[in-house]
Design a protein around this ligand. Structure first.
Ligand code: ADP
Ligand code: MG
Length: 474
């Protein structure tokens, strides 16, 4: 799986020169982030961290990941419409996990009132690593699927050009020409535009629901600008703004400052600390509204780790996607071992197995955004403590995926240039639009490769661990 730049890695002078070019190219291309010191101002910005060199990705696995994306879109959409499945699957989790429970309560409340929404827009990102089997053959294994606020589709639309230039500077023009074009920003905007159009009110706006701290604004602006280019108005608001200035009319049309909102695109709302009481009220108002939520709360719940674990049970995929045996087979082929820690004999056995051999597993709570999973000795200690308590059902257990590391340079502002042993995670963006019962769009919208040093077990780009990368197919 080695990329053809082993020769370059040891050439200090060439690497230093290429790194200088790379950083300037990233700034010029708009691979940008606001700084930690000034997360809400654009006076001083910096480049988003990225690898100096593209990383090798086996082309067969890359194609496999693209080929299964429409299946994942259909699956997530089917789960979001299956009240019984969500209820049954999350029953044990919501007893002990307050955050999931609150989301679930809104989901139930909205269904009881009856959905005002008739256009549904899903934007997700299915993430994978390349697991190295005993014989060294890599296999595509899903880490998770993100059904809310899946990020970096914008910035990654601009990274291939940067890596292309780096390769040219290093005398690798032929390889540069083989880097694939990639434009998730355009794909995401296409889905949002379609949902906006089907909503059917030309004067209505698209609302990006954004965080209080907005370091990653440029990633969002990439998508936003695509919408402006289509003459679709975009506003950016926080939960707080919705609480203060949002309202519903008799037909549950959503208004912000008197402007009708057609689509709410969440880039916020996926972790507990995004919410105080007012924000929960704002979320409820949005969910009750007729506006297209991307995602609606049922689709957010479809992306929980508990649902992921339940999908791996024999028979579950078949029930959710009846009459689609090929899709089921494609989906299942990407699943790693996943285990329930529900109370009972099965869960007892799983807990004992993980305590006995913690390095084989990852322990995951129902959280997003990186840095929450437990590994190795810490996994053992935590599980030991909660093994006989219902608290354990707020976690799932997963086989640890073991990719083959490769050497690369991770470029980060204010950090020394040094070579690191790295592993990569490939994400495929999925976009779909459903109008009533009819699927009117179902696409794979591009990819994201993120790479981190192997010294970190966990964490994404926003968490400051992984960096943006470009796949070089081998
Ligand atoms: P989050 O919702 O916090 O992003 P993930 O399930 O994506 O949670 O896990 C975060 C990170 O932990 C991943 O990006 C990956 O680096 C690592 N990770 C997660 N699951 C596994 C696994 N089964 N094997 C190896 N590493 C994993
Ligand atoms: Mg993740």
């Amino acid at each position: 799986m080695a990329a053809p730049w082993e020769d370059v890695l040891q050439n200090k002078a060439a690497v230093q020169e290429a790194a200088r070019v790379a950083v300037d190219a990233a700034l010029l291309a708009g691979v940008l982030m606001r700084t930690e010191d000034q997360p809400n101002a654009s006076d001083v910005v910096n480049y988003a961290p990225f690898t100096l060199l593209p990383s090798a990705v086996p082309s067969a696995l890359f194609e496999q990941a693209y080929a299964v994306q429409q299946d994942f879109n259909l699956l997530v959409d089917a789960i979001s419409q299956n009240k019984e499945f969500l209820e049954h699957t999350l029953a044990s989790t919501i007893k002990v996990d307050d955050f999931t429970a609150r989301l679930f309560r809104i989901h139930v409340q909205v269904l009881e009132e009856g959905l005002a929404q008739s256009v549904f827009l899903g934007i997700n990102r299915s993430d994978y690593m390349f697991d190295c089997g005993v014989d060294g053959t890599p296999a595509l294994k899903q880490i998770e699927i993100n059904t809310i606020a899946a990020s970096f589709g914008g910035l990654t639309s601009r990274t291939a050009a940067v890596h292309g230039q780096v390769l040219k500077v290093l005398g690798k023009s032929e390889e540069a020409s083989r880097l694939l074009p990639n434009n998730p920003a355009g794909g995401l905007a296409l889905g949002i535009a379609k949902a906006w159009e089907l909503y059917g009110s030309p004067s209505a706006v698209v609302m990006f629901l954004v965080e209080e701290v907005q370091r990653n604004i440029f990633d969002q602006r990439c998508v936003e600008n695509e919408l402006w280019n289509r003459n679709i108005r975009v506003i950016r608001k926080r939960f707080r703004d919705v609480f203060e200035k949002g309202s519903l009319d008799d037909a549950r049309r959503l208004y912000m400052d008197g402007q009708e909102v057609a689509v709410v695109y969440y880039r916020e709302g996926y972790v507990p600390n995004n919410y105080d009481q007012q924000n929960w009220e704002a979320r409820l108002m949005l969910e009750r509204s007729r506006a297209v939520k991307c995602p609606d709360i049922a689709t957010q719940l479809a992306g929980t780790k508990k649902v992921q674990q339940e999908l791996s049970r024999p028979g579950t995929l078949e029930r959710l996607l009846p009459g689609c045996p090929e899709a089921v087979a494609r989906l299942r082929a990407t699943f790693a071992g996943l285990y329930s820690l529900d109370m009972g004999e099965e869960g007892d056995k799983i807990a004992a197995m993980a305590i006995a051999d913690p390095d084989r597993f990852v322990l995951k709570p129902q959280r997003e955004g990186g840095g929450n999973n437990l590994y190795g000795e810490e996994l053992r200690q935590v599980l030991e403590k909660i093994r006989n308590s219902p608290e354990r059902t707020s976690y799932i257990l997963m086989d640890k995926i073991k990719p083959q590391p490769a050497m690369n340079y991770l470029l980060r502002a204010h950090s020394p240039l040094q070579v690191s042993e790295c592993v990569s995670e490939l994400g495929i963006f999925g976009v779909y639009v459903r109008h009533g019962k009819e699927m009117v769009m179902n696409k794979a919208a591009g990819h994201l490769l993120r790479t981190k040093a192997t010294e970190h077990a966990d964490g994404g780009v926003a968490a400051g661990v992984a960096v943006l990368d470009t796949p070089f197919l081998v």
